[in-house]
Each structure stands twice: as structure tokens, then as C-alpha cells.
Ligand binder design. Structure first.
Ligand code: COI
Length: 354
């Protein structure tokens, strides 16, 4: 793939600190490529980050045919630029594409597009602790049509945003509300795909939780409301009596790249870790008998986010006295250490941009 590069003449001022809302600042450039039925993915280009024209009838606006991903680039102390397991995100992107009837994107081209874009905007990678350059690739359906059908035209776009911590709490434990009224996704639906509809479905509950002083909601399974699924922007882990447990991938949970990394790390430390159904009853019991030692979420944006409070119906449980647990801290330190080149990458997770 030959990417045409048109450098922006309107370079923007970079932020002095990362004390801004997650994903609210964008760099100077973006990558765009178009899809047309019969031609495939065409016209790969890097150009100025700016608004673009799209028909009001584009299918994305009406039926939501879209896919997105999230990954991060880091600058190491000796000036190298690292990506964390981008191939896993690319593989997941194409799985989402398949589920949403979006044409797949060649994996090498996808990675090349990210690398070339990050290189051109490398001065935007923040150097402050716990900050990085968030990479948001996405596809939207652009054919003008009100007919409910897969689009024959798409745009694949990558934008970049310098970010600090996802939650205002940073690495301090967050408060999570267990949602027992609405559901996020059901097996056979689109829960395992990274697509806007899943997030649109989550907003009403998130608003309810925010108003009550909680950061996010923890979803239960859509059929019985008995089993734990995932948190709004993260997968979830529990440490019960020394053992780590996390809901298994069942078709309605997002297969997180950080989730997979947490599991591989724990296994490499010979920790007991189980991927299985986790019932609410088990969590209530562990919280009551004192064996619920730690709870934490994992995600690209949040990395590792300890949970200090769980509101479960009428019960409110404080986990580990509202403090970050030892295992959560160790996983956070190791993953961020590998991502920023401070810890040796024994797993081959890093892809060097330069
Ligand atoms: C991510 O962790 O990258 C996500 O996509 C979560 C959220 C920001 C939507």
C-alpha cells in the first residue's frame, strides 16, 4: 500500500499538560482510505485532521453500520515509539467488520497506516507519566441510502488523541454500579464486536450511575441477570481467596487485548486464574465473608483500574478498604512498564514504530 501524504499547513498548539477530558484533543493529521464495491479499499492518504463532507443519507447515520478500535502509542525514555500488541486490535477489528458486514482491511496495510500516522504526529505523544497517544481507527458506512442493507461505500479513518488517565481518579479505585435493569448485549447479538451501538446502549445506565456518584456500570448477562459480564469501557477481574477469576468470553463480552494480557501475565507468574461464568451470588458471598480481596477492570483506555466500591442492589461493598490491591498494582506496573520500555518485553508484545 502506497500512502499519499499531504502535510498539514495548519499545525496546532500542543497541550502543556494532560489534565483534559479523555479524547478531547486531536493531532494535526489523520489517515483516510475509501472503499467502493468492485474496487476494494482505495486512495490511502494522510492529510490534515479536519472536518469532511458526508451525505446526510449516509447509512452510518441511520443504521449505525460501523466499527472502531482503540490502541495506544508510547514514547520511551530513549526516544523510541512503541505500540502495544497492535496485531490483536487489528484482528479484532476485522472480526467486528465481519459481524457488521464491513469489508475486511488487509492487516499489513492497517498496521502500516497506524505506523505512518504515528510517525508524522510523533511530537504529539505526551511524555508525562501515565499518558500516551490514543489511536482510534474506525470505519463508517458512507453510501447515501435509507434502505436497510450493507453499504457499498465506506471510509476507514484513523485519528490520534494525546491522553492522560481515562478516569479522573487516575489509578485510585473507582466506584462501580452493578446494573440490574438494563442490559448491554446478548449472546448472538453484537456484544463481542467493537461498534458504536454497544456504547449507545450503555449511556442511559451510565448517566444513572454518574448521577448517583459512580464512575461506570457493571453489566450482567442479558437473559438471567445472574452472571457478571463487563464494565462500560473495561473487562472485569475479581481476586477471591487468592485466585483471579474473570468472566469467560461468551459472545456477548468484548475480547479485550488488555484482558488477554492480564491473563497471560498472571499465568506467567504461576497465579491461579480462571476464565468462567462468574455469578452475582459468588461475588455477594465473597464480599460478605471477606474473601473478595480485589476487583479491577482492564482496557486499553483505562489500562488497569482498581474498583474500590461496588453497588450491588441495596448492598454497597467496599473492596480492600477502598485501596488499590497488591495484584492490581503489580499488573498495572508490569503492563505500563512493558508499554513504556521500562520493563523487558518477554512476551513479544511491543511493535516498534521507530
Ligand atoms: C478502549 O479502551 O480503547 C475503549 O475503546 C474503551 C472506550 C474509550 C470506548
Amino acid at each position: 500500500m502506497n500512502i499519499k501524504v499531504i502535510e498539514s499547513k495548519n499545525k496546532k498548539k500542543k497541550p502543556e499538560n494532560m489534565d483534559v477530558e479523555f479524547g478531547s484533543i486531536f493531532t494535526d493529521h489523520m489517515f483516510i482510505m475509501d472503499y467502493e464495491e468492485g474496487k476494494g479499499w482505495i486512495n490511502p492518504r494522510i492529510e490534515e485532521y479536519k472536518n469532511f463532507e458526508i451525505s446526510p443519507a449516509a447509512l452510518i447515520f441511520h443504521y449505525g453500520q460501523s466499527m472502531f478500535e482503540g490502541m495506544k502509542a508510547y514514547k520511551t525514555e530513549n526516544g523510541k515509539i512503541y505500540l502495544f500488541r497492535p496485531q490483536k486490535n487489528i484482528e479484532r477489528a476485522n472480526n467486528s467488520n465481519k459481524r457488521l458486514c464491513i469489508p475486511e482491511i488487509n492487516e499489513e496495510d492497517f498496521l502500516k497506516a497506524i505506523i505512518e500516522l504515528v510517525k508524522i504526529d510523533e511530537d504529539w505523544i505526551p511524555k508525562q507519566k501515565d499518558s500516551s497517544l490514543y489511536i482510534r481507527p474506525f470505519v463508517i458506512a458512507t453510501e447515501p441510502s435509507l434502505n436497510v442493507k450493507p453499504s457499498s461505500k465506506f471510509k476507514f479513518i484513523i485519528i490520534l488523541s494525546p491522553v492522560g488517565a481515562y478516569y479522573k481518579e487516575g489509578l485510585n479505585p473507582v466506584k462501580i454500579w452493578v446494573e440490574d435493569e438494563y442490559v448491554r448485549a446478548v449472546r448472538g447479538g453484537i456484544g463481542a464486536a467493537k461498534t458504536g451501538g454497544n456504547y449507545a446502549a450503555s449511556m442511559l445506565s451510565q448517566e444513572k450511575a454518574h448521577k448517583a456518584g459512580f464512575s461506570q456500570v457493571l453489566w450482567l448477562d442479558a437473559i438471567e441477570h445472574k452472571y457478571i459480564e463487563e464494565v462500560g469501557a473495561m473487562n472485569i477481574f475479581f481476586k477471591i481467596n487468592g485466585k483471579i477469576v474473570t468472566p469467560m468470553l461468551n459472545g456477548s463480552i468484548l475480547p479485550g487485548v488488555t484482558r488477554a494480557s492480564v491473563i497471560e501475565l498472571c499465568k506467567s507468574w504461576n497465579m491461579e486464574i480462571e476464565e468462567r461464568r462468574v455469578s452475582c451470588e459468588e461475588i455477594h458471598k465473597a464480599a460478605k465473608d471477606g474473601t473478595l480481596e480485589e476487583v479491577f477492570g482492564s482496557g486499553t483506555a483505562a489500562v488497569i483500574s482498581p474498583v474500590g466500591t461496588l453497588k450491588f442492589g441495596e448492598e454497597i461493598y467496599e473492596i480492600n478498604n477502598g485501596k488499590i490491591g497488591e495484584v492490581s498494582q503489580k499488573i498495572y506496573d508490569t503492563i505500563t512498564g512493558i508499554q513504556t520500555g521500562k520493563i523487558e518485553d518477554k512476551f513479544n508484545w511491543i511493535v516498534e514504530v521507530k
